[in-house]
Design a protein around this ligand. Sequence first.
Ligand code: SF4
Length: 492
Amino acid sequence: MNLSKSRYCVGIRCQKELWLSCYKEEVAKELDNDVIIENGNKVGEFARGLFGNYILIENNDNKEKMIQETKKYLAKKPNIICEASFSYLNNFCSVDILKNDEDGVEIYEVKSSTQKNEIYIDDLSYQTWILKKLGLNVKKSYLVYVNNKYIKKGEVDRDSFFKIEEITPRPMEEIEENIKKLEMTINNSQEPDIDLSVNCKNNKKVSYDCPYFQYCTRNLPTPNIFDVGWKTTFTKKLEFYYQNKISYSDILSEGGINPKANLQMSSELNNLGPKIDKDSIKSFLSTLTYPLYFLDFESYQVAIPEIDGTHPYQQICFQYSLHYYLEENKELYHKEFLSDDYNGNPMRGLCKKLCEDIPMNSCVIVYNQSFEITRLKEMAALFPEYRTHLLNIASNIKDLYPIFRDQEYYVKEMGGSSSIKEVLPALFPNDPSLDYHNLNQVHKGDEASEAFLSLRTKSREEQEELRHNMLKYCELDTYATVKILQKLNTIK
Ligand code: SF4
């Protein structure tokens, strides 16, 4: 088996992950990363024009063909070669952008991320090692990533959109040692015996959660330390794990973790009933006024901004659902908005309708206010004509989330989470009208984002069906907050 730059980086993070990806890929958790991949591809393609005209080595299953093509163009310096491909002793890499000068080459590795990550240095180091071994003079190595401060004005300007940073590759001997070690791993049929570490989860060194975590923890008791929520960091969980305090009873008998995590564990262990802080909840309820609105936005993010005034990965709102009572204990009404401006700026129509639908100084309930308030402020900055009204809505928001985040209301079915997707079934276990699984096509926020972006290319019939399902999804989000409030109102 051969190494490549992606396999090398996986192996640097964890040799067991590398081995599993070669021999037991089927036990990996399926990653929901289509949007990340699509953004990555678009950023990669966009970066190719950074230094003017370029030659592209087309991706091909026949790596040898890519290598031969590269050789042909390497001889015709100076030029810029994208996806320049090289192999040295069973090590293969394609360089995103190769500046092929008279006196040597420069390597540019392109990432769609807005932050530098340690593993990117390993990525560049591996490529540098291969090229040096092939006798090329690698003058410099660079990381190209997205500048999240960039604001689009007219055509996207590559030079301002990207940040380019020179990287010092790791020492050649270190890379060589790593390669030897990883080659032994992938050519051994025996699964490596490697314990869990900080690298199992996203951190400064690695950029994603390992898809084999479930597999690697399959023999632990259920539930265990890794099921605990409530601000218990992964590093903290590992401390308990290494001390063999893994089951809830072991952890609690040793003094527990923190009061909230302890409540989660003792509730599950001892089958405790709900914990309800009546005074705090009643005090929150007394701040609500009528007419009372329940609001939820849906949004999407793209790496390369399409709308003037927005930055990379800015959340672009395209839809909302709004339930409302004009008077307490009276009829519940519903309004909604889903933009049909698929290629323009969906936020303009959304702001106009939102300002019509929510009168100034109305009380507006959301679940986790930081998202809605930030979006309202961003849109207020983009549309001066709606600024006062949008900021007024933002300033009148009341948030249900802290009641559950602070465990003023806790039921054991919430487990380690206060997200609405956990709270709702915990509070209403047998209500099919509140079950997201019963929806069609769109069941969660990222599916709604993908759905909206896909509307651009769908036929009218497909659009109609998908739009209907998107509306149903968003409607359930606000209906959920209505039901939660109704439940809180029953507290005597
Ligand atoms: S879960 Fe951790 S130990 Fe298991 S393969 Fe992944 S990184 Fe390695």
